[in-house]
Design a protein around this ligand. Structure first.
Ligand SMILES: [Zn+2]
Length: 115
């Protein structure tokens, strides 16, 4: 249930941003999240709905873009996209598990739409 604390952060940042820009309402919040960050958008949206009540973000929709996981092999330098769930971190080219995570853990607010 770590979505709750994450969404509290998102709400704080969004309200802060909206107030600084003298907005009356937050319309939409766009979030990019790595596939490994374990965010379940459905839960995140539900929590957001709950905690944003009586704030200017009350009616905001929260959209998630899930970013894929990429690893780079330390043996052959090949870059693999990991699509299995649960993820298995092996090089698709040579099968080595000596791989470095390139992306998949990120979580950020991409944009906030206000009026
Ligand atoms: Zn390899």
């Amino acid at each position: 249930m770590h979505e709750l604390s994450i969404m509290e952060n998102v709400l704080d940042i969004s309200v802060d941003y909206a107030e600084k820009n003298h907005a009356s309402k937050i319309v939409q919040i766009n979030i990019t999240s790595g596939a490994l960050s374990n965010i379940i958008p459905k839960w995140a949206q539900l929590f957001f709905r709950m905690i944003s009540k009586d704030t200017i973000a009350e009616e905001a929709s929260v959209e998630f873009e899930i970013l894929p996981v990429f690893v780079k092999c330390r043996e052959c330098e090949n870059i693999s996209k990991i699509e299995s769930d649960p993820p298995s971190f092996v090089c698709k080219d040579c099968g080595s598990d000596a791989v470095t995570l390139l992306s998949g853990r990120e979580f950020q607010i991409k944009s906030i739409e206000i009026i």
